[in-house]
Ligand binder design. Structure first.
Ligand SMILES: [Zn+2]
Length: 417
């Protein structure tokens, strides 16, 4: 009779309007076909000073194209140089060429492209009302470009033009966030989700109420309860208010955040146990081989909870680890909630990438073989749990590390490698 005991593993936009000319309409139709993009709601502004003039000679040294320009980029550069040579304010194909190639996830956020010939670089129009005629509503945001931008979109400077577009995208993202316009796709972008995760409870309630995107509402609402962001495939159990999901045979329970806990600042722990806990009993036959063993394919239960010290808000600034990395700071993802939720995400990711050990003992095994299977399983399980706990370092040992934060503290034991 063997009945090995398994320990519960303890605990982590301006220009006078003029009608769109037939040539522009034709050009737009062409662009639409080429871009599979509806420009019908986009008005192309033609500045008055944009009567056809002889193209200026650009004071630039022709730069030889660097070898191996991507074919899509080459098309954009060629279109830009053709347009610059005979400028007709047809900037959309160039802007959208860059957008589609380099910002595929952001194209949806741009309502259209506009032209202002004398514009030195790019600008984005966020006002839906035309300043000259408040009755005219336009789609926003629209990115405006002028001749300078188009002329300098050449092989040698494409990188800079991509950076120019990037800065407009960033301004668009900020505008979307501030106006409750982010969508479910934005939640996968840490530059946006990081800011949502750093919001105060009041801001989250506002976001939940004012957003028109169901998934965004759910995301914001969930953060009011759980520091760990809402997980794909999860559901909140109405009885316990726990967030539940199953990953790789492990039932994960994320409990609502605890406030007023006896912790320093914040803490996120994970506790793990097997279900059933024990390897079932068996008998041995006359030859000493295992019989009557019902098999053992346990599932795991992982419980994750974030706790906050009395008086400490999840939107307080994180002192170390996640929340303090260069990327987090750039993303404005600096709140303690980001840190604690990152622990939760790390634990879940661990379970996703580390399947539970499998018990190989079976009927017909000699006692020796079965005992070895038991020993191997327990060792593998213990290692699995040690690795699970060590995953805390992923969040604590980046940016300003937990050790740096506690430097000089009496009795502090170094945590990070
Ligand atoms: Zn931590």
């Amino acid at each position: 009779m063997g009945r090995p005991e398994l320990a519960i593993v303890p605990a982590l936009g301006k220009a006078p309007r003029s009608p769109v000319s037939p040539s522009q309409t034709a050009a737009l139709a062409m662009v639409e076909r080429r871009l599979d993009y509806d420009f019908s709601r986009v008005r192309v502004d033609t500045p008055a000073n944009f009567a056809p003039t002889a193209p200026r000679v650009l004071q630039r040294q022709p730069a030889p194209p660097p070898p191996g320009l991507d074919p899509d980029d080459q098309k954009t550069v060629d279109a830009a140089q053709r347009e610059a040579a005979k400028f007709k304010c047809n900037v959309a194909p160039i802007l959208f060429g860059i957008l589609r190639k380099h910002f595929p996830d952001d194209v949806r956020k741009v309502a259209g492209a506009g032209c202002e010939e004398a514009l030195p670089g790019l600008r984005t129009e966020f006002s839906a009302t035309d300043p000259k005629d408040p009755k005219v509503k336009r789609s926003v945001p629209m990115i405006y470009a002028g001749k300078a931008f188009i002329a300098s979109t050449d092989a040698a400077h494409l990188k800079d033009r991509i950076a120019d577009v990037d800065s407009q995208i960033q301004a668009i993202d900020d505008w979307r966030l501030a106006n409750f316009l982010i969508d479910a796709k934005d939640l996968a972008n840490p530059k946006i989700s990081g800011q949502v995760r750093s919001m105060s409870p009041g801001q989250l309630i506002d976001y939940k109420n004012k957003s028109k995107d169901g998934e965004v509402q759910r995301y914001a609402e969930s953060l009011l309860t759980f520091s760990t962001p809402v997980q794909p495939g999860s559901a909140v159990d109405p009885l316990t208010n726990n967030m539940l999901l199953t990953v790789n045979n492990v039932h994960i329970t994320i409990q609502p955040d605890v406030h007023g806990a006896k912790v320093q600042g914040g803490e996120t722990d994970a506790s793990f146990e097997l279900n059933p806990r024990d390897i079932p009993p068996f008998n041995t036959d006359a030859a000493g081989k295992v019989k009557d063993f019902p098999g053992y394919n346990p599932t795991g239960n992982l419980t994750i909870v974030s706790s906050y010290e009395t008086g400490v808000s999840p939107s307080a600034t994180s002192d170390y680890g996640r929340g303090t990395t260069k990327e987090d700071i750039a993303n404005k993802a600096t709140a303690l909630r980001v840190h604690e939720g990152s622990h939760g995400e790390d634990f879940i990711e661990f379970v996703r990438t580390h399947p539970l050990p499998v018990f190989t003992g079976k009927n017909g095994d000699t006692k020796t073989v079965f005992d070895k299977a038991t020993k191997d399983f327990l060792t593998a399980l213990s290692d699995w749990n040690k690795q699970l706990q060590a995953v805390k370092k992923t969040t604590d040992c980046v940016g300003k590390t937990i050790d740096e934060a506690h430097k000089g503290e009496k009795g502090w034991k170094k945590v990070c490698p």
